[in-house]
Design a protein around this ligand. Structure first.
Ligand SMILES: [Zn+2]
Length: 467
């Protein structure tokens, strides 16, 4: 794979050229060859190592480990060593230049999505933190559409700005590189931050990933965060860039991040739904909205009517989250279902969710798994720990042991019986959103066909627009 990089005024463009024998349909299809990021950085103001890592994060699915990765700018030897040690790739173009120096008066950067976890991470980071939001925009002539709507997240950024926080919105078409649409790599959301790291003097890269993701409980079984892609694979690479990885909420669950945004003024910016057209107006139908209803109710103790709850979980995607083994973000669902039953709720569906997931994990789910704090950059560790402990007390040694022993993938007769009953309930209560899905898809495609005139309201201040 060779990647050309062009940094003109206001824009950095990456052009991917797979080499002979490199399969452009490997894992996911490479649907386009070029992607741009609209930036507020003069040409020549980005360290070459930052550009190389950005190129890698755009092209990663199509890079064959056996073939050296070639890039229009050379990498330092230190970066080449880190890329070999972490993601186990070889860089073709290496020089003896210096690696990026850590700015002495730096501040952290946060990859900001506008979701609950992002906002909770920001609450725990220093007030000087600069947030970067990757704003999806379709390339000219693109016909593929997505259900996601980026307008609410841009409004979240406005809220941060109004509250005196530094935010940069970076429009990009990077999600259109692949088919089906999506980020080429989990860490591609860091590219806007990496491109601004020098001009904004950043000294850490932060994400809002909670316990369920960092320790992979959402896959049903504990895996140490130290072995995650954030730390084991890409940790050495970000460290060479002078941007050690910082995940402030790595040791707390969504139950805690929900409580943080519920209690903190910055919480006004949080919206997990990526389909609603405005901040404060989530779609109310997607799995994230269904989970959000449960979490908010569990925190406040006020529950919607049983039928309203069940209606949210009957739709095509949401029902699959409950039928999956394990359920999507199972510990959170388990806690919410138990809390609902304890509050006197009568829904059969939630009774089955509680039965499938076993005992209420509340005790550890509302506390902080302290080993996660050891992996924070040292100069931010005590400040983050102090803020975090205002919202979640440390787990006891026994609770930490329960987290490490978490495993819902072992066969269990009670669980299997509840799963059978859940399947029967779903069969008796079919999804009702099929017609609506067809209608919404048609409407999205019509919008794309009608093109720029209708999309004018999506332009951002300072956005050069389509050219
Ligand atoms: Zn939604």
């Amino acid at each position: 794979m060779h990647v050309d990089i062009e940094h003109a005024q206001g824009r950095v463009t990456f052009t991917l050229q797979p080499g002979p024998g490199e399969d452009a349909t490997r894992r996911v299809e490479l649907a386009r060859r070029t992607t741009s990021f609209l930036v507020d950085v003069p040409p020549g103001q980005v360290h070459p190592d930052l550009l190389v890592v950005c190129a890698l994060l755009c092209a990663r699915p199509w890079v064959r480990p056996a073939t050296p990765f070639s890039c229009a700018v050379p990498a330092s030897r230190a970066l080449a060593d880190a890329v070999r040690a972490g993601p186990r790739l070889t860089l073709a173009h290496v020089v003896d230049g210096p690696a990026r120096a850590v700015p002495p008066d730096g501040r952290p950067g946060l990859c900001f999505s506008g979701g609950t976890d992002s906002v909770a991470a920001l609450v725990l980071l220093p007030d000087t933190t600069h947030s970067y939001h990757l704003y999806r925009r379709a390339p000219e002539g693109e016909r593929r559409s997505t259900m996601m709507d980026g307008r609410a997240a841009v409004q979240s950024c406005d809220v941060l700005r109004r509250r005196g926080r530094a935010v940069t919105v970076v429009p990009s078409d990077v999600e259109y590189l692949r088919h089906p649409l999506g980020f080429p790599h989990d860490l591609t959301t860091a590219v806007p931050l990496l491109l601004h790291a020098d001009v904004h003097r950043l000294d850490a890269v932060a994400w809002g990933a909670p316990l369920e993701a960092t320790y992979r409980l959402q896959r049903g079984r504990f895996r140490d965060y130290a072995e995650s892609p954030f730390v084991a694979e890409w940790g050495p690479v970000f460290a060479v860039l002078g941007l050690p990885v910082c995940v402030p909420i790595a040791g707390v669950s969504e139950v805690v991040t929900s409580a943080i945004v519920h209690r903190h003024p910055l919480g006004e910016a949080a919206q997990s739904c990526v389909r609603g057209s405005r901040l404060g107006r989530p779609c109310g139908r997607c799995p994230k909205c269904a989970r959000k209803t449960l979490l908010t109710s569990a925190v406040s103790g006020r529950w919607p009517a049983d039928r309203a709850l069940e209606r949210q979980w009957r739709d095509t995607e949401s029902r699959q989250h409950l039928l999956d083994e394990p359920m999507k973000v199972e510990p959170v669902l388990a806690h919410c279902a138990h809390r609902y039953l304890a509050d006197g709720g009568g829904s059969t569906l939630l009774r089955l969710v509680a039965a499938k997931s076993g005992p209420d994990p509340r005790d550890w789910l509302t506390r902080s798994y302290e080993p996660a704090l050891d992996l924070l950059p040292q100069h931010y560790r005590s400040g983050i720990a102090q803020r975090l402990h205002r919202f979640a007390h440390p787990m006891t040694a026994e609770e930490e042991a329960v987290v490490r022993g978490y495993d819902v993938t072992v066969p269990d007769a009670g669980r299997a019986a509840a799963q059978d009953e859940l399947r029967r309930w779903m069969a008796a209560h079919p999804a009702r959103d099929l017609l609506m899905r067809v209608w919404r898809r048609g409407r999205r495609e019509l919008r794309l066909l009608l093109g720029p005139a209708l999309r004018a309201d999506l332009r951002l201040p300072g956005d050069p627009g389509h050219d």
